[in-house]
Design a protein around this ligand. Structure first.
Ligand SMILES: C[S@@+](CC[C@H](N)C(=O)[O-])C[C@H]1O[C@@H](n2cnc3c(N)ncnc32)[C@H](O)[C@@H]1O
Length: 312
């Protein structure tokens, strides 16, 4: 004990009380894994986490790897006291309503497995609609994609993973988010086709920088933020969420610059809130963008506004 590895673990947990999870560990002392599983599920549900059983399975599989939960339930030798301690530390954070993605450190998006920290929005399944819209509108011709507000890099990396001839620029105002996105580009094997840039939206980009421009900007009405789930309100970056008094602040800035940023005929696709289709389409029409369309997500809610810069 006390070696360099312990120091690393300590540093990683320094924002939390290192002993906070100990009561959980004590409660589990001497219990078989099946009972610990039941206890953790009930604690998570009691903390307001509806998917407590499913999340327990994720936490256990993460802790037990490379063994699976099924294997460890069948063979008690596969669950050590050190693993119980690691499980207690992770579970304690989740019980404080830290998002599961941040507790586990990763989140699946599209076909990718992305690192997630408190500095980036956890990529949402709804955002895959935007990826689908862009893929449906394009072919294999080489293109440069600009992703404004790239966060974890989710949209940009998903698109580049599907189109081997495309290159991309991920833009964010947050240096910490850009570091996460850069790491994800590396781990997805896409670093050689991506560049990351700190900029206030498209300000640092030249005219015609984008054949395709995508963005999932912050679009939550400021007054609504306080009513969000604790996972979002207390643990995701406000910079990724707050869309101003009517939720449209970022769209006004981004759309005003689209005719400059896009090449003639270039495609844009913006994620929107379920009730923002009309307002965002109107902003796009005001600056002369064409072929404006609103697409729905799998739940049937308006989710993406797309269109093009006119050819001439
Ligand atoms: C809703 S998150 C989207 C993250 C990621 N694209 C996704 O879909 O999961 C919005 C992102 O925009 C970034 N952002 C907010 N204001 C910005 C600005 N003025 N310029 C550039 N990026 C900004 C935030 O840091 C955040 O990463």
């Amino acid at each position: 004990m006390g070696g360099p590895f312990d120091k690393l673990v300590e540093a990683a947990q320094s924002d939390f009380d290192a002993a906070a999870h100990k009561p959980l560990l004590q409660a589990w002392q001497g219990l078989p894994l099946a009972d610990i599983r039941r206890d953790l599920t009930q604690r998570l549900i009691g903390a307001g986490i509806e998917e407590g059983a499913e999340e327990t399975r994720f936490l256990l599989n993460h802790t037990l790897a490379p063994a699976s939960l099924a294997q460890a339930l069948a063979d008690p030798a596969l669950f050590s006291w050190q693993q119980a301690e690691a499980l207690a530390a992770l579970s304690w954070r989740r019980l404080q309503r830290v998002p599961l993605s941040q507790v586990l450190g990763n989140q699946p998006f599209w076909t990718l497995d992305l690192a997630v920290t408190a500095d980036v929005l956890t990529p949402r399944a709804d955002t895959e609609t935007l990826v689908e819209v862009v893929l449906a509108e394009t072919g294999d011709a080489p293109a440069c994609v600009v992703d404004l507000g790239t966060g974890s890099g989710a949209i940009l990396l998903a698109l580049l993973s599907e189109r081997a001839t495309w290159t991309g620029i991920g833009v964010d105002l947050s240096d910490a988010a850009l570091a996460v996105a850069g790491g994800n580009a590396q781990s997805c094997g896409l670093a050689d086709r991506t560049r990351f840039l700190r900029s206030r939206w498209g300000e640092a980009l030249g005219d015609g920088a984008a054949d395709i421009l995508v963005s999932n900007p912050p679009y939550i009405v400021s007054d609504v933020l306080a009513a969000l789930e604790p996972e979002v309100r207390d643990h995701e970056p406000t910079l990724a969420l707050d869309g101003g008094a009517d939720g449209l602040d970022a769209y006004r800035l981004i759309i005003a610059d689209l005719p400059r940023l896009l090449v003639p005929g270039g495609l844009f696709a913006l994620e929107i809130g379920y009730d923002q289709g009309e307002a965002v389409s109107a902003l796009a029409a005001e600056v002369g963008l064409v072929a404006i369309d609103v697409k729905q997500d799998l739940a049937g809610q308006d989710r993406v506004v797309s269109g093009r810069r006119a050819v001439a």
